[in-house]
Design a protein around this ligand. Structure first.
Ligand code: CP
Length: 304
């Protein structure tokens, strides 16, 4: 049964994930026809982004709008957070203002779990530290599902800054639920500690990761999270770990390129590979809106 919170992918089983994909598809059809829904009329959702965001924050706000909910964004930099108010008091304040759900991005891993035990409104994780980004993994999974009709038996290569990536961790958990063991590659300094404990195939080189892949997912070099000196230079990273229109030929001819974005163009991916026909990066953004509509509907609709 769907909980009132979305804290991580771990809490969802395969059937629940497929249920979100099905509802996201319905939402996409409504959006294509320009139909606005009123299924969350009377509900109020607050967004609290303690870290920067374009896609996640905007898509949650639009998802609420298209479902008829009221949204309020707590601009962290102009809020009482700046006077030292704790996150729990901030959320309790929003709850006292009759907010039904809070969508939170925060730099502290595990903060949503802690909050969910101390507040009554729904808590939705929009990214916590290097830990989890469940709606990103859901939109990535939905994008693959739309493209291939199933996640079963896909070869998914994941390349980039795996150590600092909450997108990586959530995607691995989701793909494992469908029996998919991602092939992963990164500079040794950007491999997660204890990678052998994850259900992934750690590759020795880019070719091994990409060979016959259905999906090549590149992850952003998180310069804001990492200490300096994880790799010699951006130029060297691009040469040995970057995906381009030449090395993508190692993957299957109908392989797709994915990236959660924002992309460091010319680093994880060359400009032309970001914009090529195989790239689903913009489709991922659209699917993020549909998936977030589905998640809000599942969590907040009185009919579910
Ligand atoms: N992919 C992702 O989470 O993007 P934003 O940081 O723009 O929300």
């Amino acid at each position: 049964m769907f909980d009132k919170n979305l804290l991580s992918i771990e809490q969802l089983n395969k059937q629940e994930i497929l249920g979100i994909f099905e509802l996201a598809k319905e939402m996409k059809n409504h959006l294509k026809k320009g139909e606005l829904l009123e299924t969350l009329k009377g509900k109020t959702v607050a967004t609290l982004f303690y870290e920067n965001s374009t896609r996640t924050k905007t898509s949650f706000a639009l998802a609420c709008k298209y479902l008829g909910a009221t949204t309020v964004d707590l601009g962290i930099s102009t809020s009482s957070v700046q006077k030292g108010e704790s996150i729990i008091d901030t959320v309790l304040t929003l709850q006292a203002l009759k907010t039904d759900a809070v969508v939170i991005r925060h730099q502290t891993s595990g903060i949503h779990e802690y909050l969910s035990k101390n507040v009554e409104c729904s808590v939705i994780n929009a990214g916590d530290g290097c830990h989890s980004h469940p709606t990103q993994a859901l939109l990535d999974g939905f994008t693959m599902f739309e493209q291939f009709g199933s996640l079963n038996n896909l070869k998914v290569a994941i390349i980039g800054d795996l150590k600092h990536s909450r997108v990586f961790r959530s995607n691995v958990v989701l793909l494992n639920k469908f029996g998919v063991k991602p092939f992963v590659f990164a500079p040794k300094t950007l491999m997660p500690c204890a990678v052998e404990q994850l259900d992934v195939v750690a590759c020795e080189n880019l070719q091994q990761a990409m060979e016959n892949a259905d999906v090549v997912m590149c992850l952003r070099i998180q310069l804001e999270r990492q200490e300096k000196g994880m790799f010699p230079s951006i130029r060297e990273y691009a040469k040995f770990y970057g995906v381009n229109l030449d090395n993508i030929k190692n993957a299957k001819p109908d392989a797709v390129i994915m990236h959660p974005a924002p992309v460091n163009r010319g680093v994880e991916l060359t400009h032309d590979s970001v914009d090529c026909e195989q790239s689903l990066i913009n489709e991922q953004v659209t699917n993020g809106l549909c998936v977030r509509m589905a998640v809000l509907q599942k969590l907040l609709s009185d009919k579910n």
